[in-house]
Design a protein around this ligand. Structure first.
Ligand SMILES: *Cc1c(COP(=O)(O)O)cnc(C)c1O
Length: 408
């Protein structure tokens, strides 16, 4: 038994060794404060930051001046939503977002609700998608901002960002997208997508943790973002605090690699993902794909294995690092709200596994994963009263999963 196979690349990605290589001199040799104007130490640090900013801008089709460094996508999402609402004249206003967003958006929008902002929560269809018509129907004269994520972190579904962006632009409404899962994996161009604000994070694209960015369009005159962190006036007064130079340099190197390798890598990952799916469904019955079959991130596969608890599945596959939709994370004692929003049968939510494939996964690993998944599901189904009921055609929707799983 070798090292576990990492298939949880939506949670975080391993750092590319080339990124580490680029970062190392900035810890000890070029350790200066990028804001120091009076000596070479500051200059060297500033040059590293400038180059990184240019590389990130190039990856997303922005100009460097539009890239604001933050501590990650959580902070970028907070800055985008709170910053726009606070910066608006008709604050507290109205914003529109989606029920399947990342918690960084959901909880920020909920916070704004407590401060008087009206929030429209758009529901999704059975595959996790919203439509432009839904957004259009929710627009009001008070609407300040629409925020719709690009690629979902659980089911990988890609929302129609370009079309929603075009609608918002034509109505003069600001548009933000949390593109954390998409940047570096699928082509993302801020002009093509008509976005005014966009969140990204280095550790989801083979860079270091603790650094991200908010893209803030310079050519949208009505775009006012109020800083959430006050201090020395860094990042054009939008985000104060001494820049984390090594991390930013790593972020830039990660962006550069993604930009160079994206087309081949996206094809390779999609092929591996399809190999995993085909390998599993050719050997197991009653495996359900969660999300959209084609409109999804190349590395994402979210499957429900009827009759087997996701947690039990994970315990039976100790060599696979995956995540389960039934997992009770420390922050959330409920099963996946994303799968719930899709209107999935309760038993299928509890039996879901998210496979997140990434740059360092190989075909051999995928073949091993197929074997382990098939073995685990087959073994557990033999022991599963639920599987027996399913095979007899019993309505499993009526099954009580216990109080902690009830949703109100
Ligand atoms: C990971 C993730 C975040 C949070 O990013 P951090 O950099 O870890 O704060 C936000 N949104 C999405 C879609 C994510 O996948």
């Amino acid at each position: 038994m070798g090292a576990p196979i990492y298939l949880d690349n939506h949670a975080t990605t391993p750092m590319d060794p080339r990124v580490l290589e680029a970062m190392l001199p900035y810890f000890t040799q070029h350790f200066g404060n990028a804001a120091s104007r009076d000596h070479d130490f500051g200059l060297k640090a500033r040059q590293g930051v400038d180059e990184a900013r240019a590389r990130i801008a190039a990856l997303i089709g922005a100009s460097p001046r539009e890239v604001i460094f933050t501590s990650g996508a959580t902070e970028s999402d907070n800055l985008a939503l709170k910053g726009v609402v606070e910066g608006a004249k008709n604050s507290p206003g109205h914003i529109i977002t989606v029920v399947t967003e990342h918690k960084a958006i959901i909880d920020t929008a909920k916070y704004l609700e407590t401060k008087g902002t009206r929030v429209t929560w758009l529901p999704v269809d059975g595959q996790g998608l919203i439509t432009v018509a839904q957004v259009e129907a929710a627009l009001t004269p008070e609407t300040l901002l629409v925020s719709v994520m690009l690629g979902n972190n659980e089911i990988g579904v890609l929302q129609p960002i370009r079309e929603i962006g075009a609608l918002c632009r034509s109505r003069g409404i600001l548009f933000h997208t949390d593109a954390t899962q998409g940047v570096g994996k699928v082509p993302v161009d801020v002009n093509d997508l008509n976005v005014d604000l966009m969140s990204l994070s280095a550790h989801k694209m083979y860079g270091p943790k603790g650094v991200g960015a908010l893209y803030v369009r310079q050519t949208t005159p009505r775009l006012r973002v109020t800083a959430q962190m006050h201090g020395g006036g860094h990042e054009w007064n939008l985000r104060s605090g001494t820049l984390n130079v090594p991390a930013i340099v790593g972020f830039g190197a990660a962006a550069q690699i993604c930009r160079e390798e994206l087309p081949q890598e996206a094809r390779r990952l999609a092929a591996l993902r399809d190999r995993l799916y085909n390998g599993v469904v050719s050997q197991l019955r009653e495996v359900h794909l969660n999300g959209h079959p084609t409109q999804r991130l190349p590395g994402n596969l979210n499957l429900s294995f009827a009759g087997v608890e996701g947690e039990a599945m994970m315990l039976s596959m100790p060599d696979l690092a995956v995540s389960s939709g039934s997992a009770c994370s420390s922050a959330n004692l409920r099963p996946s709200y994303v799968l719930e929003a899709l209107g999935k049968r309760k038993d299928l939510i509890h039996t879901s596994i998210r496979f997140g494939l990434g740059r360092f996964n190989t075909e051999a690993e995928i073949d091993l994963a197929i074997t382990q998944v098939v073995e685990a599901a087959t073994k557990l189904r033999k022991l599963s009263p639920l599987w027996e009921l399913l095979e007899k055609g019993v309505d499993v929707n009526a099954i009580d999963w216990g109080p902690e799983h009830d949703h109100h």
